[in-house]
Design a protein around this ligand. Sequence first.
Ligand SMILES: *Cc1c(COP(=O)(O)O)cnc(C)c1O
Length: 408
Amino acid sequence: MAKAPHSVTAHAALSTQLIHHPYVAPSEFDSAAVGVHKASTVIFPNVAAMRSRTWTDKSAYTYGLHGTPTTFTLEERLATAEGGQHCILVPSGLAAIALVDLALLQAGDHVLIPDNAYGPGKDFASAELDKWDVQCEYYDAQHPGDLAARITPKTRLVWLEAPGSVTLEFPDVPALVAAVASANDARQAQGLGRRIVTALDNTWGAGVAFQPFDLGVDVSMQALTKYPSGGADVLMGSVITRDADLHHAMLMTHMRLGLSVAANDAELVLRGLPSMALRYAHQDASTRALAQWASTRDEFEVVFHPALATSPGHATWKRDCTGAACLFTVAFAARYTAAQVDAFCDALQLFQLGYSWAGPMSLIVPYDMAGMREGQWPHSGAVVRFAVGLEDTADLQADIEQALAKLG
Ligand SMILES: *Cc1c(COP(=O)(O)O)cnc(C)c1O
């Protein structure tokens, strides 16, 4: 039986009447849009419900922090997109990386991260995890043997990213997963320690071009900020797994950290999802055309895009992916000074200077590779990453051409 607070309203003061108003809209309503449910407080019908309801299996609502119909629906759709079972929403892609680290690592553990991984995620490990006596080490994701050689009895988590950030080298994910699996088999045979978990940053694949769970990865995180949103107007992240125990461990850490996403932000991502595969395909085609064209220009020493045969990891990309995202990166010929390349970036009209990608507007970022990697970077020319938006491809090519013409 539900409590009946509404009988008080007839004689109550106006503010009380308005807060406890008896009208309840009919429940028969449906539309293409998912409702935007806003709540810190969730109302229980009676004490028994308050005591017995659980939220961890999404069977009921208890508090805004623990989910609403809006966030539960978004989680289910994202889990479907990535071929996973369980999804947790967090306020940014970086928060998703931090949640995986904090949930799965403890003092004394060792975590391995690709040297070409998303920079702020590397920084989280070296600056924050270090305070909690978790040791981080970088490996060369293009060489599974390098990963295998760096696994120690203390290794608990291995990060993967496909492709690498900025320079887009595509790793052999099944081979990296196999290196971890064989370390786990050896550990099990000796009755030693906890199993090593693999976690992949799937922001680039977005559940459209690449299916990490089919390749044996345990956890997939994404910056929903990129393709799922598609609007360059919201920050959000997801952590998805097929493993109920891993999900539960991460869900408990998520709860204790008090991480939450706002209903209006969840709505923005829900609006982005129906067009995500179409946007992905369109931006993929446009980016490939531009990267292909860029590879014919002698201003660039090298163009990185996994669909180019000359790009590192092209063969594994071809084997494991059904598409490619909206990014390509160039290393300018060494004859151009850094100042000339900065002037090239400033001369672009459609490509704006800004971080992030997969929104409607094309963006560029010049990168200083020195200091970004432990490993040696082999190109001396300045590096610029292009993120292709939804503008017309010919217009974008013309924009790059006019800026190149000013290089001199
Ligand atoms: C953007 C990005 C992130 C971080 O996402 P934010 O929502 O900006 O915090 C993580 N990984 C990759 C590969 C990204 O591109």
